[in-house]
Design a protein around this ligand. Structure first.
Ligand code: IPM
Ligand code: MN
Length: 366
């Protein structure tokens, strides 16, 4: 790893700039106190980019993202942009980054912090100690495949359609990431599709099964229909370790898994590309939560998901495992101390705003 780690920060819209603001403070702290040098660059994405450049992502920002060691992303979207044409909507900036950076592997951990066990709507015994990982395929399937469109019908009215399409190499590469991740965790992969209904699902299951046979003999593997997986996630989520699934099912199941923990505001994610021949990998890190326009600008947003996304960046892209561990521990300690932002407040805990939460995390790092 070069002395200068190149980070591109894209705060985006809504609460994005506030939560990423705390991440920047942590990066400053690491720079000063741990003598790490970061080459920090900031850019615009989503509505913020549209307001200035008339597009949710400029080619220049995309090029910066591709050449960075890691992109730290806030969130995009907001009611102000609801009426924009499809191609100019803030979300298109995010989707273009994912696609053009080829970030096919989206890691969405859902873990329950001990201090937060009573925040879930599920019974304590169902979710206590929960630590699962949804691995979502992020650059294929119905999000991107052609044909798609809305067209007039000769008899009047219209048809709107999308295509779900996966190729063997696309399924294999996400399957390999699932096996690798499971090996470092509890050694189980559940592959999720709808092979009882969808052609792309039949291929998904076939290719995954072949991969499990040829490369996954040392781990436990299984297949599950997506609807059953949705049900099992609320019935008994601890049966899972790594769930690997396609772009659309992954979108839905990861929101469901996140909410098992009772706190969307705590969960990070990593979107990773393939390693090149020098071992370098494109990557982007973002909190699971959205732009939360209703609370934007009030200084009350929860920065923890963003801070934990930085921790994932330190671990996966920057070879700074021990810093990642300290940061994870700092967050856990702050929660143990009873500090809570408004989204996760409960009786007997101390409500704090975004920057006081940032202060507390940094104080624990010391
Ligand atoms: C997510 C989001 C995005 C998605 C939106 C904002 C396009 O819901 O990251 O899960 O659907 O992938
Ligand atoms: Mn989503």
């Amino acid at each position: 790893m070069a002395a200068n780690r190149k980070l591109l920060v894209l705060p985006g819209d809504g609460i994005g700039p506030e939560v990423v603001g705390q991440v920047l403070r942590v990066i400053d702290w690491l720079g000063e106190k741990r003598a790490l040098s970061f080459d920090l660059q900031e850019g615009l994405v989503g509505g913020a980019a549209y307001d200035v450049h008339g597009t949710p992502l400029t080619d220049e920002t995309l090029a910066d993202a591709i050449s960075a060691d890691a992109v730290l992303f806030g969130s995009v979207g907001g009611p102000k942009y609801d009426e924009l044409p499809f191609e100019l909507k803030p979300e298109r900036g995010l989707l273009r980054l994912r696609k053009e950076m080829d970030l096919f592997a989206n890691l969405r951990p859902a873990m329950v912090f001990d201090a937060m066990v009573d925040s879930s709507t599920l019974k304590k015994e169902v979710i206590e100690g929960l630590d699962i990982l949804i691995l979502r395929e992020l650059t294929g399937g119905i999000y991107f495949a052609e044909p798609r469109g809305i067209e007039e019908l000769p008899e009047g009215g219209k048809k709107g359609y999308d295509t779900n399409l996966y190729t063997t190499p696309e399924i294999e590469r996400i399957g390999r990431v699932a096996i690798d991740l499971a090996r470092k965790r509890r050694g189980k992969v559940t592959s999720v599709e709808k092979s009882n209904v969808m052609m792309s699902g039949i291929l998904w299951r076939e290719v995954m099964e072949e991969l499990f046979q040829s490369e996954g003999q040392d781990i436990e593997t299984e297949h599950m229909y997506a609807d059953n997986c949705g049900m099992q996630l609320v019935r008994n989520p601890k049966q899972f370790d790594v769930i690997v699934t396609d772009n659309l099912f992954g979108d839905i199941l990861s929101d469901e898994a996140a909410m098992l923990t009772g706190s969307l505001g705590l969960l990070p994610s990593a979107s990773l590309g393939a390693k090149d021949k020098n071992g370098k990998m494109r990557s982007m890190y973002e909190p699971i939560h959205g732009s939360a326009p209703d609370i934007a600008g009030k200084g009350i947003a929860n920065p923890i998901a963003s801070v934990l996304s930085l921790s994932m960046a330190l671990r996966y892209s920057l070879d700074l495992d021990s810093e990642a561990n300290s940061l994870d521990l700092a967050v856990q300690q702050v929660l143990d101390d009873g500090l809570r932002t408004k989204d996760i407040i409960s009786a007997g805990k101390k409500e704090v705003g975004t920057s006081v939460m940032g202060d507390a995390i940094i104080a624990k790092l010391k």
